[in-house]
Design a protein around this ligand. Structure first.
Ligand code: AMP
Ligand code: MG
Length: 309
């Protein structure tokens, strides 16, 4: 067990925004029982202060993650259109050094991607040790959009004997196996489902249509998908019920209030990284005289050139 650092109180302080939203992996998970408009007793102002504090903590933790160069962190974001995936990623990670973060957005697969197994394209975008990897959508689409639209499955060129009614159960098993493998190799996996209500989605689509600066975000496809709302909710429910594990838990994030979603997401990431107990690598004492020699030489060089420190 890693030793706890002196900020035990930090993770305790964030617990109310993490623990209630973590799915325990129960097969009887019901999406309907999870509120989309939860505020966790906060108002927008208090939430903004927490988000800002978490941003600074995340920036420090990311530097330690990079310096330690052992763990990789994979953060998966899923949710219906307009659930706020892009803006949450923007808000939560805006204080983090961009050199330590990789973002991958998964769209409709290309012909090349369809010629491979469904985890292939995601494997190619996994974060290296020391880095944060963000998946904006992910291989979970393989049990969501692909399940809701059967013709999409037909395009995947699977050999016919493998196209059985067990395919979704098998994909859950394969994803669990993949995430267990990642976790055993030092990748911390955290998954976020941004749980938005159908009414809030309607409002956000209207905003996109009415505000010229947001119109580019609107796609006619989004309206078609909205008509399949119940099918998507059922698919998400099944995904979360079957793929939330101790090693790679799902967090069902209330997303009607974007500011509360950001509190939950940032608090979850900060708490999980704190638990990794990341320290800057210790300097080998034997090397100290050598460092001192170099330091003195650099100082002397400065003096020779008439410069100060
Ligand atoms: P957006 O995130 O709004 O840019 O849209 C990306 C689109 O790509 C969404 O409609 C996804 O459902 C779709 N998509 C992502 N992954 C897959 C996949 N594996 N198969 C089919 N469609 C996908
Ligand atoms: Mg979209």
């Amino acid at each position: 067990m890693p030793k706890k650092r002196n900020n035990k109180s930090l993770t305790d302080e964030l617990k109310p925004y993490v623990v209630p939203f973590r799915s325990d992996g129960s097969r009887s998970f019901r999406l309907k029982t999870h509120r989309t408009d939860e505020r966790g007793g906060l108002d927008k102002e208090a939430a903004t202060a927490i988000i800002e504090a978490n941003r600074q903590r995340l920036s420090d933790l990311q530097e330690r993650l990079y310096a330690t160069d052992r763990w990789a962190v994979l953060l998966i974001f899923q949710g219906m259109d307009a659930a706020g995936k892009d803006s949450a990623i923007d808000a939560v990670f805006s204080g983090v050094n961009p050199q330590g973060v990789d973002v991958a957005s998964f769209k409709v697969p290309s012909t090349l991607e369809l010629n491979h197994d469904f985890l292939w394209r995601a494997s190619a975008r996994l974060p290296q040790r020391g880095r944060l990897g963000i998946f904006n959508r992910s291989y979970y689409e393989e049990c969501l959009v692909v399940r809701v639209h059967r013709p999409v499955l037909a395009k995947q060129k699977l050999p016919p004997p493998l196209l059985t009614r067990n395919i979704w159960r098998e994909r859950f098993e394969d994803i669990n196996g993949f995430e267990r493998y990642l976790s055993r190799n030092g990748t911390l996996v955290l998954k976020f489902f941004l749980n938005v209500s159908k009414e809030e989605q309607r409002q956000r689509f209207l905003d996109r249509l009415e505000q010229p600066g947001k119109r580019w975000k609107f796609s006619m496809d989004d309206v078609a998908e909205r008509k399949l709302w119940d099918k998507y909710q059922a698919a998400y429910q099944d995904v979360i019920a079957h793929t939330s594990t101790d090693m790679a838990p799902w967090h069902v994030v209330p997303a009607d209030h974007k500011w509360f979603a950001r509190v939950v997401i940032s608090s979850t990431i900060v708490s999980a990284l704190e638990k990794l107990d990341l320290h800057f690598p210790k300097i080998d004492k034997a090397e100290l005289p050598e460092y001192e020699r170099v330091r003195v030489a650099l100082e002397a060089e400065g003096k020779r050139r008439g410069k100060g420190k």
